[in-house]
Unconditional design. Structure first.
Lengths: 310, 540
């Protein structure tokens, strides 16, 4: 009895743990990531954006969501104007008298928050569904995968629009809508990589050693199938941010009194013909930098993680 | 590559030149800010629909600039007694399909108003449902007997476009609603009008084609009985976004556009090739409060009460809002602060109303006095595509209210969603607009402020459930008073009560702007209609 049980106490077969520990390959991968100057710049930009997001209350000169902090009498001032109490609007003000710089900083924070949280949630749901489908197979697999096909069959913007029209607006609801349209991507990728892992010898070995399905699934197959999903996730953060910006631009995303980058662009759109370009322009630039950096890093990560290319 | 580009440029230049020449012909292209939903003139009582209807149809009477009815299809009218009106009709009018116009068409129109299954906004049914009987002693006389006294019958009928009875199969037409009025065929539906078969009128233009979402084309009705319009053909192109509409005017695609944004007017001012006209309108933008319910869905207070039921809170809200700032900063001066619900010069208005003051300090005191020293929380609902700058105005209102302690969260949405949710009484606090037309002050008061009574056809839009018996009595007396001086006096009294009790908080009156290319002229209208037959060539 003892001889059979003892392997069960050994939680970490070497083959399973390897990709998660510090290995020469891993170091080489990170090195490759750091070497490219464009990627370096992107990483720095992301770091700066994240840090500003965290320290916002100390950095922004105004809370753009506090309706008492600004006045409609200061509206549509061009960049570098001064308010009556001497505050300088570096990037001008919007149609309600909000400081654009503060609004952009806060907007970036919302965008990042939406991107990260919705991606994390979609990842968890997608990975679980994909894994369960791959490991259990049979009717459950067929059912789950048809559901995935169904979700992916609709354009994501359409699904999100309909959902938001039904449940109303708000950051939490936008996140929910994005999760609803994105989880299926992860599920499909996860299933295919889990399917190929499932037939490998170490999985067979684990089964033969008497490990339960759940344990094989989460401790053996999942860690080895994650790399493709993680690459997808970096790209999906950017697309989640784009989706949020699009929804807000269309007027179904965040409330007008708490503008995100997309809503700021939409608000400024009304003033483009009147010469107040700064209301749309600067949030647009901020959105561009954010998404561009995320995409570059994600792209580089994919190259680095691709075994065929290394 | 370069060669291709040059060619492309040449093609563009040529097209532009051709476009410019066709524009100078007898054709007028108008960029609309809001699209009509149907050609059927009785489908939905909306400004864009009524505006299109006035091109194709005529009414018995037509309102002049002061909204007093002037003869159109009727040459004269008189009230034989309180409940009987007699209209004499023109005998020289033919419909656009060549059939002559007579009293039978008028009776048919009244019948169709009451037999209109597709209608969603009941154009005319509030007038016709009051008819006891309609007689035609001769082909050019119509005698109407009413159930309740209707002192402004000609003005009310100025909103009912007259159809031709040739669009249905019928025996002799009579006002016998129970027996289908003598109509033997099927009643015309909204589609019959939209495809053009039933769109037969006596107006200055004929319908050529109604392509929903794309354009509406009209041609001149050569048999029109009134002065011939300057234009052989008119095209309406709906362009709801401000930017593209203005760009279309500047590039020569449109000759006239509705409601360019006030903030963009500097572009038109600085350009000699274009001009604009701005006219104060009868449309008031106001705040509607849920006063009827003790427990309102979107209000959060410490003790669970509904603060809107306290007059002091409503006064505080009115004082918290700087109307001058909204007019100056958001409407760019093209609006005027409202101190009552209709413009000062309209029938039944208070001639010189007291200014509703802006006093945030006093507002805070009043809130404290009413038992809300720390204010309360409320969600404010508004449209973002119906009224001029509506979402901007709503944000400014939220800003002003939050500053005196009423924490206001704004939810601005598209009009279709807003209107259906509002009529379901889902809101606690919302922003609306109403363009007063016939009856002056009575128009807003009977529709919005009086306690809802479907049988009498009043209070249909009183979504806040404000109910004040004293006020109701004055309005109901006013709308059934024939004597004009007495009616005006009663309406003024009612208007003053509405302002004092603040069941609704008026914000401002919109001004309407039309921009057009050089060489054209439009006087602008207080009812916000864009009428192609009143757009004239400049005579220099």
């Amino acid at each position: 009895m003892d001889s059979i049980r003892s392997p069960r106490k050994d939680d970490e077969p070497v083959a399973v743990r390897q990709p998660l520990t510090d290995t020469p390959q891993r170091r080489a991968m990170l090195g490759k990531l750091k070497r490219r100057p464009s990627v370096k710049a992107s990483l720095i930009a992301l770091l700066v954006i994240t840090l500003t997001g965290l320290c916002l209350p100390f950095l922004a000169q105004q809370d753009p969501y506090d309706l008492t902090a600004f006045s409609v009498m200061d509206n549509r001032l061009p960049p570098m104007s001064e308010s009556f109490d001497g505050m300088v609007f570096w990037l001008g003000t919007d149609g309600q008298g909000r400081d654009m710089l503060s609004a952009i900083l806060y907007g970036m924070r919302i965008s990042l928050l939406v991107g990260l949280v919705s991606t994390a949630l979609a990842l968890i749901i997608g990975v679980s569904v994909g894994l369960v489908a791959a490991v259990l197979g049979g009717r459950i697999e067929a059912m789950l995968m048809r559901l995935v096909d169904f979700v992916l069959g609709f354009p994501s913007i359409l699904v999100a629009l309909v959902l938001l029209a039904m449940i109303g607006r708000g950051v939490d609801k936008v996140i929910l809508a994005i999760v609803m349209v994105q989880w299926a991507n992860y599920a499909r990728i996860m299933r295919s990589s889990a399917l190929s892992e499932r037939r490998k010898e170490y999985v067979e070995a684990a089964h033969n050693l008497g490990f339960g399905t759940g344990r094989v699934m989460f401790r053996h197959i999942m860690p080895n199938s994650l790399s493709a999903v993680l690459v997808l996730a970096t790209v999906q953060i950017a697309s989640a941010i784009t989706l949020e910006a699009t929804l807000s631009f269309l007027g179904v995303g965040v409330p007008v009194t708490e503008p995100s980058l997309g809503l700021l662009v939409a608000n400024g759109f009304d003033y483009l013909m009147s010469g107040a370009y700064w209301i749309s322009f600067y949030p647009g630039i901020a959105l561009l930098i954010l998404i561009f950096s995320l995409n570059l890093v994600g792209d580089r990560l994919r190259t680095a993680l691709d075994p065929k290319r290394s | 590559m370069n060669h291709n580009k040059t060619q492309a440029c040449a093609v563009i230049a040529l097209t532009a030149a051709l476009g410019a020449t066709s524009v100078s012909a007898q054709e007028l292209i108008i960029g609309l800010s809001s699209e009509p939903t149907a050609v059927d003139p009785h489908y939905h009582d909306l400004t864009p629909n009524n505006q299109l209807g006035m091109h194709i149809y005529s009414m018995l009477a037509t309102p002049d600039a002061n909204l007093i009815a002037q003869p159109e299809l009727a040459t004269s009218w008189e009230a034989e007694d309180d409940n009987t009106w007699v209209f004499k009709l023109r005998d020289d009018v033919t419909f656009s399909d060549g059939t002559p116009f007579d009293a039978s068409d008028v009776v048919f129109t009244f019948c169709r108003v009451m037999n209109n299954e597709s209608a969603i906004g009941s154009t005319g049914s509030s007038v016709v449902s009051n008819f006891e009987s309609v007689e035609t002693p001769d082909p050019y006389t119509v005698r109407i007997k009413t159930k309740e006294v209707e002192p402004i019958m000609p003005e009310m009928l100025a909103g009912v476009p007259i159809l031709s009875d040739s669009i249905v199969e019928h025996d002799e037409i009579n006002f016998d609603l129970e027996n289908d009025c003598g109509v033997t065929g099927t009643w015309p539906s909204i589609d019959d009008f939209n495809v053009g078969d039933a769109a037969i009128g006596t107006g200055p233009f004929k319908l050529e084609k109604f392509s929903k979402g794309a354009e509406i084309t009209l041609s001149r009705n050569e048999s029109y009985f009134g002065p011939k319009p300057d234009w052989e053909a008119v095209t309406f192109v709906p362009v709801p976004s401000d930017g593209p509409r203005l760009a279309g005017l500047l590039s020569g695609d449109y000759d006239v556009i509705e409601s360019p944004a006030a903030r963009d007017l500097s572009q038109i001012k600085s350009n000699d090739a274009f001009d604009y006209v701005s006219t104060p309108s009868n449309r008031v933008i106001f705040l509607q409060l849920d006063i009827g319910r003790a427990d309102s869905p979107f209000i959060t207070t410490e003790d669970g009460s509904n603060p809107f039921q306290d007059l002091r809170v409503r006064q505080a809200m009115s004082m918290a809002i700087d109307r001058e700032a909204i007019v100056a900063r958001i409407m760019d001066g093209l609006a005027s602060p409202a101190n009552q619900f209709i413009p000062d010069e309209m029938f039944g208005a208070i001639p010189q109303p007291a200014t509703l003051e802006y006093n945030p300090e006093k507002a805070k005191e009043l809130l404290a006095e009413a038992g809300y020293p720390d204010g309360f929380k409320v969600t404010f609902h508004a449209t973002n595509d119906r009224y001029i700058n509506d979402s901007q105005i709503a944000q400014a209102v939220a800003q002003f209210l939050t500053r005196v302690g009423i924490e206001t969260e704004l939810d601005a949405m598209t009009r279709s969603m807003f209107f259906s949710r509002r009529s379901g009484r889902e809101f606690s606090f919302s922003m609306g607009g109403w363009g007063s037309s016939e009856g002056g002050a009575a128009s807003f008061l009977r529709q919005y402020a009086v306690t809802t009574d479907d049988a009498r056809g009043v209070g249909g839009s009183n979504y806040g459930g404000w109910s004040d018996p004293e006020f109701d009595a004055v309005v109901l007396e006013a709308i059934s008073t024939v004597d004009e001086a007495k009616r005006s006096e009663l309406l003024q009294e009612a208007e003053q009560m509405a302002v004092d009790k603040l069941g609704f908080i008026p914000l401002h009156f919109e001004s309407t702007v039309w921009a057009f290319r050089e060489g054209l002229n439009y006087d602008g209208r207080a009812d916000q209609f864009t009428l192609a037959y009143q757009i004239k060539r400049d005579t220099e």
